[in-house]
Design a protein around this ligand. Structure first.
Ligand code: HAM
Length: 421
C-alpha cells in the first residue's frame, strides 16, 4: 500500500524547527505586546461572503485562491485566506471599540490560499498579525509600521527594505482609477489577458502585473490624484517614520493585492527572498472595510507578516534562540527499578525540571549515550540501593561528575546546573 503523503503546498513543523518558530512567535507577541496589542483569536473558517465583500471579489485571493466549501447545512464557508476581515468582524460585533479606541489586537495563526506552490508560497501558511481598530490617524499608521520594524530588529534580521505608499481616500482613488483607464485603454492590445480583464474591473491591480512591467513603469503615479488632505496625512506618516529613525522608500507602485486599502500602504521586502515572493509582510489602512462588512464606519490599520518567509530569512542569517539544554534523562538501572525511577522523575518535574524517563531495555551505557546525544545535560540513575534509601545518583554529562543524594537535594543541584538558579 503506498504511504500517505502530505497535501501539496503544506508543511510539517518538525521538532528540530519548532524551537525557531516558537522563538519567532514569542518575539512578535512580546514586541507587539509592548506596544499594547492584546491577543485575539478568530475562527479558521468564516462565511465566504465576508471575503468576497471585504478582501474583494476582484482580487486574485478571492477570484482564484480560496479554499471554499459548503457545510452539511448548506452554508458557504471559506478557510481564511487572511485575518483582517475576521478580526474586524470579531472586534466590531463585540463592540470593543465602544470601550476603547483604538482597539489594539494581535494574533498568529494559519491561513489558506490556493496559489501555485513554490518556495515561500504555500497553500497553508502562518501569519503574524496586528490590527489597530477605531482611530484614523497618521500616528497609528506609523505605529503599526514601527511594530513590524522593531519585531525584525528584535530577531536581528538585516537586509530589510520598507516600501511605503498612499492610496488616498475613495475620491482620490476614483480620480486615479480614471487616470489609469485613460492611460491603459489605448494600450489594450499590448496587455496580458488578466490585465485586459482587470482594466474593466479593478485598474489599480494592473500596477501589480509582472508581465507588463514596461507599461507599469510608464503608468501615471497616484500623486496628482491625491487631495491636499490625503497628501498631508501621508506626509505626517513619513515624518513620524523619519523621527523614529526607520528607513523607508517611497514606492508609488505599491497597490497591494487586497481591495480594502485606503491611505497608507506598506510592505517589508527582504533581499534574500526571490521575485514575486520577496515580501515578508505588508499592510496598511482600511477605513472602508467595516462598512463593506455591514458595520458602522470604523477606521483601522494593521499588517500581516509571513511566518514561513520570516523563518527562511532567520535560517539564512543564522538567527534563532540561544541553544538550551535544560532537560535530564532519568534511567532505572534495571527493569525492576522502573517504578522508583518514574517516581523520581515525577518529583523532579514537580520541581520544575524537564525529566525524560528512559525505561527501554537497552544497556545503561547506551541509554546514557543516547540521553547525551539528544540534548540531556544530566542523567539521574535509580538502582535498587537508591530506591531503598530514597536517594538518586545524578551525573553531569559534560564533566562526568557524579553524586548520590536525597531526591530533593538532587532536584536542587540539577536546577542550579540547568538554569543557574
Ligand atoms: P498579504 O500581503 O496578502 O496581506 O499577506 C501578508 C504576508 O503573508 C505576505 O507578505 C507573505 O509574507 C505572507 N503570505 C501571503 N500569501 C502567502 C502564501 N501563499 N504562502 C506563504 N506566505 C504567504 C494580508 O494578508 C493582510 N491581511 C495584511 C493586513 C493586515 N492589512 C491590514 N491588516
Amino acid at each position: 500500500m503506498p504511504a500517505i503523503t502530505r497535501p501539496r503546498g503544506t508543511n510539517d513543523l518538525l521538532p528540530a524547527e519548532s524551537g525557531l518558530r516558537e522563538w519567532v512567535l514569542a518575539t512578535h507577541a512580546r514586541v507587539a505586546g509592548a506596544h499594547g496589542y492584546e491577543l485575539i483569536d478568530t475562527p479558521v473558517f468564516e462565511a465566504t461572503e465576508m471575503y468576497e465583500r471585504g478582501t474583494g471579489a476582484g482580487t486574485d485571493v478571492v477570484e482564484k485562491e480560496m479554499f471554499s466549501f459548503t457545510d452539511r447545512g448548506g452554508r458557504a464557508l471559506t478557510l481564511r485566506p487572511e485575518g483582517t476581515p475576521g478580526v474586524l468582524r470579531a472586534v466590531l460585533s463585540a463592540h470593543l471599540d465602544q470601550a476603547r479606541r483604538p482597539v489594539r489586537v494581535q494574533f498568529a495563526g494559519p491561513m489558506f490560499r490556493y496559489a501555485r506552490p513554490q518556495a515561500g508560497r504555500y497553500h497553508e501558511f502562518w501569519q503574524l498579525d496586528i490590527e489597530a481598530i477605531g482611530e484614523r490617524s497618521p500616528a497609528l499608521d506609523a505605529e503599526v509600521i514601527e511594530v513590524a520594524w522593531r519585531f525584525y530588529e528584535a530577531l536581528g534580521v538585516t537586509g530589510l527594505s520598507l516600501q511605503v505608499n498612499t492610496l488616498g481616500d475613495l475620491e482620490d482613488r476614483l480620480r486615479y482609477r480614471a487616470a489609469l483607464v485613460e492611460y491603459y485603454t489605448p494600450l489594450q492590445d499590448q496587455l496580458c489577458e488578466d490585465c485586459r480583464r482587470r482594466l474593466g474591473v479593478n485598474p489599480l491591480r494592473l500596477l501589480d502585473c509582472k508581465r507588463d512591467a514596461g507599461l507599469v513603469a510608464a503608468a501615471p503615479h497616484i500623486g496628482p490624484s491625491l487631495s491636499p488632505e490625503s497628501q498631508s496625512f501621508f506626509a505626517e506618516v513619513t515624518t513620524l517614520l523619519v523621527a523614529a529613525e526607520i528607513p523607508f522608500q517611497l514606492n508609488p507602485r505599491l497597490v497591494r493585492g487586497l481591495d480594502y486599502y485606503a491611505h497608507t500602504t506598506f510592505e517589508l521586502w527582504h533581499e534574500s527572498l526571490q521575485g514575486a515572493q520577496n515580501a515578508l509582510g505588508g499592510g496598511g489602512r482600511y477605513d472602508g472595510l467595516a462598512e463593506v462588512l455591514g458595520f458602522p464606519p470604523t477606521p483601522g490599520s494593521g499588517y500581516a507578516l509571513g511566518v514561513e518567509r520570516t523563518l527562511a530569512v532567520c535560517r539564512e542569517q543564522g538567527l534563532g534562540p540561544a541553544p538550551r539544554r535544560e532537560q535530564v534523562v532519568v534511567l532505572p538501572v534495571a527493569g525492576t527499578d522502573i517504578p522508583a525511577a518514574a517516581a523520581v522523575a515525577r518529583q523532579l518535574r514537580a520541581a520544575g525540571i524537564t525529566a525524560i524517563l528512559d525505561a527501554s531495555d537497552r544497556r545503561l551505557d547506551r541509554r546514557l549515550a543516547a540521553g547525551a546525544r539528544h540534548g540531556a545535560r544530566a542523567a539521574v540513575l535509580v538502582g535498587a540501593d537508591e530506591a531503598a534509601a530514597g536517594t538518586a545518583t545524578w551525573k553531569d554529562l559534560d564533566s562526568g561528575r557524579q553524586e548520590t543524594a536525597t531526591v530533593a537535594d538532587v532536584a536542587g543541584a540539577l536546577r542550579l546546573l540547568l538554569t543557574g538558579q
